[in-house]
Design a protein around this ligand. Structure first.
Ligand code: SF4
Length: 109
């Protein structure tokens, strides 16, 4: 299952972590929610492949630890999403479609 590209309508923002929005539900360690708004990563789908970290030309992503999560014990967090140039490389390389990039999303919230 891919990330819900309408998550800002279908989920609630429950907080922030390292300056990145957290969209629930969050029930650690099994449920980690979606992180980010312009660049959004569904932590519950992410399996820590790492292609987004390697390929992003402006280094938007950093690893964060999620011990005990069933898919992977670390996730690619879009900590520098304000640097994103909308090249869509991360969306294309993610093997599980965990990432959605939409520069207009922030203006719709
Ligand atoms: S769309 Fe491009 S610049 Fe933006 S986070 Fe993805 S790889 Fe990085």
């Amino acid at each position: 299952m891919a990330i819900d590209s309408n998550f800002e309508q279908n989920r609630e923002k429950v907080g922030e972590e390292d300056g990145v929005a957290v969209w629930g539900p969050v029930e650690p360690p099994e449920k980690q929610g979606i992180r980010g708004t312009h660049v959004a990563v569904d932590f519950d789908i992410c399996l820590a492949d790492g292609a987004c970290l390697e390929d992003c030309p402006v280094d938007v992503f950093e690893w964060v630890d999620t011990p005990g999560h069933p898919e992977s014990e670390r996730k690619a967090s879009p900590v520098d999403e304000d640097q994103c140039i909308d090249c869509m490389l991360c969306v294309d390389v993610c093997p599980v479609d965990a990432i959605d990039v939409d520069p207009g999303r922030e203006n719709r919230i």
